[in-house]
Design a binder for this molecule. Structure first.
Ligand SMILES: [Zn+2]
Ligand SMILES: [Zn+2]
Length: 103
């Protein structure tokens, strides 16, 4: 697993303890989704969320991790409640604080 900052390439921007916590939590969530209902894709409550695992020391931008492919990605512009991973192309929820206000 590549632990490099998606902005500047430095390993020191990534908060490894936040990342390992996130990966453990998302493994549990993935098992739950697999055992869960068939309509997981229709219900945003069953969709996993992007994690935030550090802030780049060079650019002060947030580093996100995809709950599906576990790639470290630059912070995305949310499309309402969700954003699409640039690595695997799947949609995940954006943490509430990062959501745009949708009227
Ligand atoms: Zn960085
Ligand atoms: Zn992904």
């Amino acid at each position: 697993m590549e632990l490099r900052c998606p902005y500047c390439g430095s390993r020191s921007c990534v908060n490894e303890s936040a990342l390992s916590l996130f990966l453990r939590a998302s493994e549990r969530a993935a098992r739950y989704v697999v055992k869960g209902r068939d309509d997981v894709d229709e219900d945003p409550n069953f969709r996993p969320s992007f994690g935030e695992v550090g802030i780049c020391k060079e650019t002060s931008k947030r580093i996100w991790v995809c709950p599906y492919c576990h790639s470290l990605i630059p912070e995305l512009e949310p499309d309402g409640m969700t954003a699409r991973c640039p690595e695997c192309g799947r949609e995940a929820n954006v943490a509430p604080s990062r959501r745009k206000i949708v009227c």
